[in-house]
Design a protein around this ligand. Structure first.
Ligand code: AMP
Ligand code: ZN
Length: 476
């Protein structure tokens, strides 16, 4: 069955067919790093994490790129307020962002390009636009001339004349038309700057994503995403720049997430109504936050409420209880020589819920519907366990297999499964490491080396580091 995605560009659901078989190249706009990451960001990044995880689960190799806007008006402004160097400020919040994402179990992007490390590429891109007649130099920077790009508005539906009505050229701005946007900003005194053919300055915001995405993913790729607020002007401008530069279609599928809302308003830094991930993590397990986000389809707005969080917390607890019930039942389970009515019933419930899970995820990554299927399986197993004295191992395995898929796709229960698999084995390895250390202390190197060699033959390599002995799995 094919995956279908809602494409903001065509405004309908389409069958997902990547440009290359088996590979998906995706770019998600990253944060402007001048403050702590909040729950609104988490909503968007968890949503794209699950999209990526699902594509990987369905067998695609995903190459994912996410930029860091590490130089920008907001960063400069904040640095002036705090008296910090803008570069250091950005660096600090970039690290915090990565820590927060890790805590939330968001898989890292394959490449995280930063604007300040791609200035040359950006200059080259702007130069090309100028060469092709889409860009011009004004007194305070280089601008993209919007009216030259005939397809302008194709993503957001905005019309050039509407745009003109709503904007004007401010005093001191060197652009020709109110709708034109900056590709390169000439430096004002005291601002960070880089040399360019147009004098010292820095890139505009939109150009970084056109430059860095095409640099790493090619002139055409499959998915470009971000929050709804990026559709206009950011993504509209990105399209104009890139397609003007290459002369052909750029991104196939545009995906946008709905906002995380607080009392009817978007959670945002500027409104000051945000909760940081750090604050959230003090109160909730990261998996509760993931579940809270995934209980809604990624395109729908999501209201942040205490009740919503409590609901997610209870749901997660219910699922962990089920996992525990299965684990305990496994100990008294038996291999089946025949199935009774209870088994057929449980099997059918698990099978059909699993089908629903895939149908939901195939349908534009509908995690909200998929979640219902997860609870169907949970309920079915619990019901089965109350009905039978000696559960059949095969039924429990079917349920476990399903939860393992959920774990992979939703990014929850990962530790649980890892521990299940590795728990006992790790204990034994640690014991052998301790024995070996003791043998070395007693200068019994022959036996110590034998332990190391035999573990190596089993695919477990010991490494002595200043912090002690560590081990890793290697191919035998
Ligand atoms: P920013 O750091 O503000 O540039 O935002 C980085 C990403 O987070 C963008 O894709 C935004 O659309 C997204 N984002 C910011 N606030 C929210 C929110 N309240 N709900 C969902 N996504 C958001
Ligand atoms: Zn972007």
């Amino acid at each position: 069955m094919a995956i279908r995605v809602y494409n903001t560009l065509t405004k309908r659901k389409e069958e997902f067919r990547p440009l290359r078989d088996n590979e998906v190249r995706m770019y998600v706009c990253g944060p402007t790093v001048y403050d702590y990451t909040h729950l609104g960001h988490a909503r968007t990044y968890i949503a794209f994490d699950v999209i990526r995880r699902y594509l990987e689960h369905r067998g695609y190799t995903v190459l994912m790129v996410m930029n860091f806007t590490d130089i920008d008006d907001k960063i400069i402004k904040r640095a002036n307020e705090t008296g910090e160097d803008p570069k250091e400020l950005a660096e600090r919040f970039l690290r915090y962002f990565l820590e927060d994402m890790k805590a939330l179990k968001v898989k890292p992007a394959d490449i995280y390009p930063r604007v300040t490390e791609h200035i040359e590429d950006i200059i080259e891109f702007v130069r090309k636009l100028q060469e092709r007649g889409y860009a011009y130099e004004g007194s305070d920077g280089v601008y993209f001339e919007v009216q030259r790009f005939k397809d302008y508005g194709k993503l957001s539906g905005i019309k050039l004349d509407e745009l003109r009505k709503g904007a004007r050229v401010e005093p001191g701005e060197g652009k020709r038309n109110p709708e034109d946007f900056a590709l390169w900003k000439k430096a004002k005194p005291g601002e960070p700057k880089w040399s360019s053919p147009w004098g010292k300055g820095r890139p505009g915001w939109h150009i970084e994503c056109s430059t860095m995405s095409t640099k790493y993913l090619g002139e055409s790729f499959d998915i470009h995403g971000g929050g709804n607020d990026l559709i206009f002007p950011h993504h509209e401008n990105e399209i104009a720049q890139t397609e003007a530069c290459t002369g052909h279609e750029w991104v196939r599928y545009w995906l946008h997430t709905g906002f995380l809302m607080v009392n009817g308003e978007k959670m945002s830094k500027s409104l000051g109504n945000f909760v940081t991930i750090r604050e959230m993590l003090e109160r909730y397990d990261p998996e509760v936050i993931r579940l809270f986000v995934l209980q809604r389809h990624y395109r729908s707005p999501l209201d942040y409420t205490e009740e919503g969080m409590e609901h997610a917390k209870n749901n997660l607890e219910r699922l962990y209880n089920t996992l525990e019930n299965i684990r305990v039942a496994m100990e008294r389970a038996e291999i089946s020589f025949k199935w009774g009515e209870e088994e057929f019933e449980a099997y059918e419930a698990i099978r059909s819920a699993r089908e629903k899970f895939y149908e939901a995820m195939d349908d534009d990554f509908n995690t909200a519907e998929a979640m219902k299927a997860v609870f169907e399986v949970s309920n079915a197993v619990n019901r089965y366990l109350t009905k039978v004295e000696r559960p059949k191992e095969s039924i429990l395995r079917k349920a476990m297999e399903f939860f393992r898929i959920v774990s992979e796709v939703f990014g929850i229960f990962e530790d649980y499964f890892r521990e299940q698999r590795a728990g006992e084995e790790e204990e034994l390895i640690r014991l052998l490491i301790d024995v070996r250390a003791q043998l070395r202390k007693e200068r019994n190197f022959a036996l110590a080396d034998r332990i190391r060699a035999e573990l190596r033959e089993m695919g477990i390599q010991l490494e002595d580091t200043p912090q002690g002995t560590v081990w890793k799995r290697v191919k035998v």
